[in-house]
Ligand binder design. Structure first.
Ligand code: NAG
Ligand code: NAG
Ligand code: NAG
Ligand code: NAG
Ligand code: NAG
Length: 504
């Protein structure tokens, strides 16, 4: 064989090896009910040294949106689709509801697996479990360790209480390793337990394959529980809920520090893309704060949906590190961004509402996204009378964003400007006035007025009509809402004291 042939074969071989090694690891960290104010870089007094450092040397996403509550954000992250396209428009999936993210659509984990990734999940699922097909292990993840419902005790890992829609009392363990219930971790605080499990995933990972790890913390959702040692920084905080919440945030921050140290120790850090996101706004009545935004978790105001988010990676060009992005992004965008933008995989078999925002983030280009359907929820009771009946019924709960403009209709939840929280002694008497009685349409220019203080709906009726037209067109693509009645057969007492699949 002549030397050129050898060189060519070697060249082809090394290009092959090179491109094989090029798929970066993706670590997606989702915090639960983590408020806009509650991260160091948003002028918070809560200690988040790890998050601040990662965001400070990464790219902060400051015009990034999630959904107002848990299941909706998680469903859109996993499917890349708006709620009107999955039937999950209304509320969350309650543990007794025979409901789940439709099996007809692939998840982002399915597609990353197809692109050669090892896929693992740790933490909160909340996308349905009434049949075994809906468990994470059957939705594209090679392994799963976590809980399936929306909230539970951080130490006992039990979910007990009145359970809508029926409000009957149910109680059961909710912790699983793949399909098997885990009964021996009582007393192990979840931020530490899940942190350790995520570290184990990295330790066990074969570095020849790219890794996708979806780390969905229980932190910092209610109930407010934290080991004593995280409270030492917050002795001066008057408000007990805020003090505990602050400790919970710091515990999560430490778990993320430990995770990044493990990635470094394993030699995976330099080709890892780490994305951090909240799932929705903070719960003011459980320690959280979204100051200075209006509203909170579960509302269609900015406080419910404008999310903390950032991307950190050594793969980001140096001149882009430490920057702040004001481009419009949405949680549905991660699906095509990861599969197409990062993994160079195929999107065949998908019908996505998300955009591939990878180039926009990494190179600072204009976002391909110009609009966001925040939601249309026909099951929430109507509010007031339609103001432009030929367009879209404004008594329906909905919100839609077009470039800088946002329209809200129906009953979006209390439009309160909750006070800044923390070292100050917050008290409910400080709440400013909120929604006017009977009003069901608001228009804001979010760029000029991110706090939603100046309603322009009366001044700009043409803009209102334009946005209502868009809402009406989007509504035509909606699938029927699925929000089934509670099924008493879900009762954990019938299943060995454990929440889990109850139908074949
Ligand atoms: C619980 O059991 C699993 C599986 O045997 C084991 O890996 C884990 O270390 C145990 N946890 C405790 C706290 O003993
Ligand atoms: C982080 O790692 C340290 C050292 O191993 C450990 O003591 C600590 O509990 C870990 N923190 C969390 C939140 O897992
Ligand atoms: C997409 O294409 C890949 C590779 O050809 C194939 O393995 C996979 O089954 C396809 N997926 C869908 C949903 O069509
Ligand atoms: C939205 O679409 C549904 C059908 O999916 C229809 O019943 C309803 O009238 C529409 N609402 C509006 C306000 O256009
Ligand atoms: C803070 O507010 C609580 C509840 O209103 C009150 O009991 C407490 O005395 C206040 N503390 C200070 C220092 O004002």
């Amino acid at each position: 064989m002549d030397i050129f042939k050898v060189l060519i074969i070697f060249g082809v071989f090394s290009i092959f090896k090179f491109s094989e090694a090029k798929k970066p690891n993706i670590i997606f960290i989702l915090a639960d009910d983590y408020g806009w104010q509650d991260i160091g870089y948003h002028s918070s007094d809560i200690r988040t040294p790890t998050l601040d450092k990662l965001a400070g040397s990464g790219i902060r996403l400051e015009n990034y949106y999630v959904q107002p509550i848990c299941t909706p954000t998680r469903s859109q992250l996993m499917s890349g689709r708006y709620q009107i396209h999955t039937g999950l428009q209304h509320g969350i999936i309650w543990p007794t509801q025979p409901n789940g993210l439709p099996l007809s659509d692939p998840t982002v984990a399915d597609k990353l697996k197809e692109a050669g990734y090892s896929t693992h999940m740790v933490g909160k699922w909340h996308l349905g479990f009434y049949k075994e097909e809906y468990l994470p292990i059957n939705r594209g993840f090679d392994s799963y360790y976590g809980y399936l419902t929306g909230s539970e005790d951080y130490y006992t890992h039990k979910r007990c209480g009145g359970t809508p829609p029926s409000n009957d009392f149910y109680c059961g363990l909710d912790l699983r390793n793949n399909k098997e219930p885990v009964r021996n971790e009582t007393g192990h605080y979840s931020a530490e337990l899940f942190g350790e499990k995520a570290i184990q995933v990295i330790k066990d990972h074969n570095k020849n394959n790219p890794l996708f790890l979806y780390m969905a913390f229980q932190s910092v959702h209610a109930p407010l529980q934290v080991p004593e040692r995280y409270l030492k920084y917050y002795k001066h905080v008057q408000d007990k809920d805020r003090r505990t919440y602050a400790g919970m945030v710091t515990a999560m921050d430490e778990a993320i520090f430990n995770l990044t140290e493990q990635l470094k120790a394993k030699g995976m850090w330099d080709d890892t893309i780490l994305v951090f996101s909240t799932d929705n706004g903070g719960q003011f009545h459980a320690g959280g704060s979204n100051w200075p935004l209006r509203g909170m978790k579960a509302t269609l105001w900015e406080g419910g949906m404008r999310g903390i988010g950032f991307v950190h990676s050594k793969l980001i060009p140096e001149n882009r590190r430490g920057t702040v992005s004001k481009e419009l992004y949405h949680v549905t965008d991660w699906f095509p961004t990861f599969v197409k933008g990062v993994a160079k995989g195929s999107l065949n078999g998908t019908k996505l509402d998300g955009h591939n925002i990878w180039d926009s983030i990494v190179h600072g280009r204009v976002s391909p996204r110009h609009e966001i359907l925040h939601n249309i929820d026909i099951l929430t009771p109507k509010s007031g009378k339609p103001i432009f009946p030929n367009y879209f019924d404004t008594s329906i709960r909905a919100a839609y964003r077009y470039r800088d403009w946002k329209i809200i209709t129906g009953n979006p939840g209390a439009g309160i400007w909750y006070p800044k929280r923390f070292a100050t002694n917050t008290s409910s008497t400080l709440f400013e006035k909120h929604n006017e009685q009977g009003k069901n349409c608001w228009l804001f220019n979010i760029r000029d007025d991110p706090e939603e203080r100046v309603d322009l709906s009366l001044k700009r009726p043409e803009m209102v009509k334009f946005l209502l037209t868009r809402l009406s067109l989007l509504n035509e693509t909606a699938v029927p809402v699925r929000y089934p009645a509670a099924d008493p057969k879900a009762n954990p007492e019938l299943h060995g004291g454990v929440w889990g699949p109850w139908r074949k």
